[in-house]
Design a protein around this ligand. Structure first.
Ligand SMILES: Cc1cc2nc3c(=O)[nH]c(=O)nc-3n(C[C@H](O)[C@H](O)[C@H](O)COP(=O)(O)O)c2cc1C
Length: 421
């Protein structure tokens, strides 16, 4: 697998006879046609440069609204652009919204313990929300309107369809016609059946990604479900099938809890519930681990490629984002954090990230992207390193190890050996 890119830069391209924009194949913006226009600068804050370029698309900062309630209609997406988000990924759409029926309540919160009289912090969030229940045509019109008003900003549509080639081709054609810059394919909400099935079955995934990439002319980001044993397998499959980027993670399947008075699970709809998708702060360590393994796989198996990686899961501060970037993410997406703190929160995300960069003397995101990946190793290597360090310390240790070692004969020398200089 490692040498695959050396044999032919884009083997799947030749196989599929695709027509994507040159920038989608990881060319530098100057090599593509018209990419510069899409990349025109958006007002930049003072301080280290937060701008990033992924798959030929230039973002003023690495923060994207993740697909979900914060990207559900024209009004909220416009607000996100106005507040300065680097890009917006709209709520997932499918061709037939009539199949999508949402229930209420559909959210449940996990709060941290807090002393009496103080506000407890939300650390976990569960949803049993489906993809967008708004008419497809309405969403198309709104995406088109947003691209008209914000031509230089990055707007990504999130799409999901059934296992049916013609449906994928139709949705891609119609969504691309709105002028969106890229497509994210939703391969798995924890509780919805459609995407999760594809994201958990690499054979199906390869076939569907093949259809998608044969049709699409904008970059495709495959959004991974974490509800698999080894997330590198679907990520690798998606890249080999022609996707330009990986986004990880979607929500983790969870049961938020049981009401101990009613004995019913939460969120409770007419006395019943289903396992839902868990998000927010509590999932960050799991998301970091998944992003780390995808980044390691990309580095080992596709060296020098321009595949992109978008880190998602529990981001609420600029430092959280820095951690994802240190593990190889080009961009960072936020969903629950926006629901909790609002759209204006992007300003503090940018400020905090810049403060982290200034502290280390980093002037751009690329200066530190992936820098922490080399510090992951095997447990056997940790044992070896610790043994060597102890031996080195022992060699350097001055003086006697124990009082029983005083000799009397060499008392003055032994005393001198334990004096600090
Ligand atoms: C209420 C809610 C609805 C969501 N809907 C979608 C969706 O339509 N499509 C999708 O790809 N991800 C959806 N997600 C998943 C988020 O985009 C994100 O991957 C996940 O919540 C983890 O990030 P977070 O901790 O920042 O929320 C949804 C998440 C939440 C909380």
């Amino acid at each position: 697998m490692a040498g695959l890119r050396e044999q032919s830069s884009f083997p799947w391209l030749m196989r599929l006879g695709r027509t994507k924009h040159p920038s989608c194949y990881g060319m530098k913006p100057s090599e593509g046609h018209g990419v510069q226009a899409r990349c025109s600068a958006v007002d930049r804050e003072e301080g280290p440069d937060l701008s990033v370029t992924v798959n030929g698309l230039k973002l003023p900062n690495p923060f994207l609204i993740a697909s979900g309630p914060p990207g559900t209609n024209y009004t909220v997406m416009k607000r996100a652009f106005d507040e300065g988000w680097g890009g917006v990924i709209a709520k997932t759409v499918s061709l037939d919204s009539e199949k999508v029926v949402n229930v209420t309540p559909r959210y449940a919160k996990l709060k941290a313990w807090a002393p009496a009289g103080t506000k407890s912090e939300v650390i976990g969030w569960e949803n049993i929300e489906l993809i967008s229940d708004r008419p497809f045509e309405t969403m198309l019109a709104e995406l088109q309107q947003l691209k008209k008003e914000y031509p230089d900003r990055i707007l990504v549509a999130s799409i999901m369809e059934e296992y049916h080639r013609a449906s994928w081709e139709e949705i891609i054609e119609r969504v691309e016609a709105t002028g969106v810059d890229a497509l994210e394919i939703n391969l798995g909400c924890a509780h919805g059946k459609m995407g999760a099935v594809m994201g958990q079955d690499c054979v199906l995934l390869e076939e569907v990604c093949g259809w998608i990439n044969a049709k699409a002319s904008v970059p495709i980001w495959a959004k991974m479900t974490p509800n698999v044993t080894d997330i590198t397998q679907p990520a690798r499959t998606a890249l080999l099938a022609g996707c330009e980027g990986i986004a990880a993670i979607n929500t983790i399947m969870g049961v938020m809890g049981i009401n101990l008075d009613t004995l019913r699970p939460e969120p409770c709809v007419e006395g019943y519930s289903i396992p839902g998708g868990y998000s927010s702060k509590a999932i960050r360590p799991i998301a970091l681990a998944k992003v780390m393994s995808i980044a390691q796989m990309m580095k080992a198996e596709f060296p020098g490629s321009d595949f992109s990686l978008s880190g998602i899961g529990g981001v609420e501060t600029g430092n959280d984002a820095a951690e994802f970037i240190l593990l190889g993410a080009n961009t960072v997406q936020v969903c629950t954090g926006v629901m909790l703190h609002g759209y204006g929160h992007v300003k503090s995300l940018c400020k905090d990230l810049q403060a982290f960069m200034s502290k280390h003397g980093f002037t751009s995101i690329e200066d530190f992207r992936g820098a922490s990946l080399d510090y992951f190793t095997t447990h056997a290597d940790l044992v070896k390193r610790q043994k060597e360090a102890v031996e080195k310390k022992q060699k350097l240790r001055k003086g006697l190890a124990s009082d029983k070692d005083w000799t009397g004969e060499g008392l003055t020398k032994e005393t001198e050996g334990m004096v600090s200089n």
